[in-house]
Structures are given as C-alpha cells and as structure tokens.
Design a protein around this ligand. Structure first.
Ligand SMILES: C[S@@+](CC[C@H](N)C(=O)[O-])C[C@H]1O[C@@H](n2cnc3c(N)ncnc32)[C@H](O)[C@@H]1O
Length: 249
C-alpha cells in the first residue's frame, strides 16, 4: 500500500489535499475538440520556428546523438529534469533527452545553460513545438515519449493550448514511438485519448495511475496530496501507422 506523506497545514488553513487540483469551467470533454482537430489535420501549421531552440537543436546534432543510430527517449516538459535523470538510470542503454522552456525549473537541478549532458542524460532548454518539428523534419523518432503533467490550460477558451488540441498535435503523433501522457486532471486525459482515437482510429484508454513514488516533482506532489492520477499510453504501432498515413496523404 502506498504511503501518503503527512502534510503540514497551510497558514491560511486551506485544504492542502486540494492544492494543485485543476478547477475548470469545463465538466467534460470540450465540445470543440473534434472541430479543432479537423482544422489542424486539414491546415498545415506554418508558425515560424523558435530560433533559440534551433540553436540548441544544432548543438544536440553536433554531439552526434543521432548519428550513431542509438535510440532515444524524450521527456517533454521535463521541468526540473528529475524524471529525465531517473529515466536515464532506468534506460542506461538509451540516450534520454529532457526538454523544458524554463531555465528557472532546469536550474533547480543545477543546469546552468541551454544544453547540459551527464552520461546518457541530456537536458535542454527549448520550446517544444519547435523542437518536435525539428526532430520530425530530420526523421528522428523517440523510442518512448513521456508527456508528464503538462500545463492543463483549464479555461475552456484555452483549449488549443492543450497539447492534444494544439496545432502541433498531428506532428507530435507523427514523431512516432510509444507516447505516455500523465496528468491529474481527468478531463485532460480523456480529451488526449479522444484526440488520439479521433485522428488515428485507435482505441486508447485512460487508466488510473498509482505508483509507489513520484517520478517527477509534480507527480510526487499530487501523490503526497492523495490525488488521483491518470495515464494514457499510445503504443508505437499507432503513432507509426498515423505517420505513414500522413505521408501518403
Ligand atoms: C506542470 S510542469 C510539469 C513538469 C514535470 N514534467 C513534472 O512532472 O514535474 C509543465 C512543464 O512544461 C513546461 N512547458 C510548458 N510548455 C512548454 C513548451 N511549449 N516548451 C517547453 N516546455 C514547456 C513548463 O515550463 C513546465 O516546466
């Protein structure tokens, strides 16, 4: 049985178990999700690439990370990079790349520059929608792609900022590899699964996720508060098939 850490009361006596719980005007899957996805599938996304991310990506290529053909794992929105380090220990035969736009978060684990490497663990300060497009353009696919606790953007008007309704979503799936989304907002997980199923014809499901300990600071925080966590696994076969169908189209 998982232990829930004892929590200190807050100064304002707020119920700390609810801290970090997403509150939203939405009580179910967004009514415009499918319409938004149809638009993204039909209209190529032409937003210019983010130059600092191009520079960091070039550094990554200079390290000959991809030249060896070694498979890699992506930890997108890695925050402090704690999960990236744990994954690097777990998958010692792979390169594990953590990407986050916030230097303040990365700095919490001692990262001082936009590119940092320790053994098979690489931490990058980059913007994800550009980073994913750069990988895709070069034909590099992660073996495993972790999306752990992305910003939920809970306001209904912010739908297209959630990854599954963002214009980059088709490219995110085309990157291929096994994708795992984890979050503490059930609606986000349900929407993510519905978006994958809608564009690919697959039948992925939302499952409850109850690990012994948190892989990342956000996961640990939610576990400490006894909150329910959700996971959506998208097998590589589904993302591969989707990529092939987009190439043929
Ligand atoms: C809620 S935090 C989760 C961090 C970490 N995965 C965890 O579980 O502790 C979301 C992270 O995504 C990052 N992020 C959000 N949008 C991003 C983007 N477009 N490019 C890069 N990082 C982004 C934020 O900076 C933040 O660190």
């Amino acid at each position: 049985m998982r232990a829930v850490n004892r929590l200190k009361p807050t100064k304002t006596n707020k119920d700390i178990t609810k801290s970090g719980l997403v509150t939203s005007g939405q009580d179910g899957i967004h009514a415009h999700l499918k319409k938004t996805l149809r638009k993204h599938l039909q209209t190529p996304w032409l937003q210019p690439l983010h130059q600092p991310t191009i520079d960091v990506y070039q550094q990554l290529k200079n390290e000959a990370i991809f030249a060896s053909g070694q498979s890699f794992i992506l930890d997108s929105g890695c925050g402090t990079g704690k999960s990236t380090r744990l994954l690097a220990d777990l998958y010692s035969g792979h390169i594990v790349i953590g990407v986050d736009q916030s230097l303040a978060r990365l700095a919490k684990s001692g990262v001082k520059s936009a590119f940092s490497r320790t053994g098979n663990c690489i931490l990058l300060r980059s913007e994800l929608s550009t980073f994913w497009r750069l990988l895709l353009n070069d034909g590099y696919s992660p073996k495993r792609h972790c999306l752990f606790y992305p910003n939920p953007w809970p306001k209904p008007g912010h739908l297209s900022r959630r990854w599954h309704a963002h214009p980059v979503f088709p490219q995110l799936l085309c990157l291929s590899g096994e994708i795992e989304l984890r979050c503490n907002w059930e609606i986000y997980a349900l929407e993510f699964a519905q978006a994958v199923n809608f564009v690919s014809g697959a039948k992925v499901e939302v499952k409850k996720w109850l690990p012994e300990s948190g892989i990342s600071p956000f996961e640990q925080k939610y576990l400490d508060r006894g909150q329910t966590l959700y996971s959506v696994m998208v097998p590589a076969q589904i993302t591969d098939t989707f990529r092939l169908s987009r190439l043929k189209a």
